[in-house]
Write a protein that binds this ligand. Sequence first.
Ligand code: CP3
Length: 344
Amino acid sequence: MADKLLLRALGGETLPTPPVWMMRQAGRYLPEYRATRARAGDFLTLCYTPELAAEVTLQPIRRFGFDAAIMFADILLVPDALGQRVWFEPGEGPRLDPIASADAVARLRPADAVHDRLAPIYETLRLTRRELPPATTLIGFAGAPWTVASYMIAGRGTPAQEPAHDFMRADRAAFAALIDRVTGATIHYLNAQIEAGAEVVKLFDSWAGSLTGRDFDDFALDPARRIIAGVKARHPDVPVIAFPRGAGDRYRGFARATGADCVALDQSLDAGWAARELQPDGCVQGNLDPALLVSGGARLIEETRRIRDTFAGGPHVFNLGHGITPDAQIDNVALMIETLRERR
Ligand code: CP3
């Protein structure tokens, strides 16, 4: 444990060089990912085949030597386990049979269905853990209830989560029941991931930015608090990273209010502001703009140094503000890591 830089940073240590990993580090910008993905046939088969999922989890570690591996899976496996039909349209993205009524919410499977239905994911974690270098930390994850519910209600990704907001306005009680079901399932799911070998878990609230006021409190903050309490009740020493993407001012106090050990910052946040306002509460992660891994060059070097140096006074995990994109250049990822770790 002492040698795992990610665990040290999440535990509150200020390190001379921050640990680094990337959201979506196993993904389409890597030719070896595309080859394994082609072997699997479709995306869900890749997620549900532990040998292949473990293989793609390890690919970015072999190529770049990141400090952490994030298990290969998807946030939409939870709706799948709850009995909603989920599939991925090649070249487009996720599709689900939309949930649009209190009855449809009531028909979902109970929260503990994730234990049986997501057994392959726990196997992926066991296989990966065996193969990882001793200094590399294994991260598990789930989507936060609001983000997952936004896909469950719309049946697809939506720019501003309109269908989920409409459902919330039309029947707040049914909407809250859906959030509760996903919250319960997520607690079971993250605990099972930890029992299978995850050493850190991350909660992705990719669409937190479209919630404001009381809706943010009820459907982003409170579910995160309950999930983290549910994980800490069984696994008090396992760090949790929360990612309320796009939350802006609502990042302030989020770690304290939810019990998160670290908040992941999107690229819209000013690093100087985050160092002053958020880092005193604990570790922060982020927040390089993923577009810089497409363009590269002097700007990539400058921005990598600026973020590293701005957060150098406290605990920090270097990462992107969001996932790496399929058009990112492999050489730019290597340049980012080399710049981050250069001797100063
Ligand atoms: O980070 C990792 O490397 C681990 C694996 C991971 C994936 N998805 C694999 C994936 C993680 C952590 C996720 C999280 C996820 N999935 C989120 C939250 C984080 C974020 O990016 O905001 C969301 C919203 C999803 C839902 C999802 N999955 C969408 C909207 C899409 C389509 C868009 C896209 O990027 O293609 C996916 C598909 C997906 N999930 C891919 C990967 C590597 C690409 C699918 C492919 O290979 O064809």
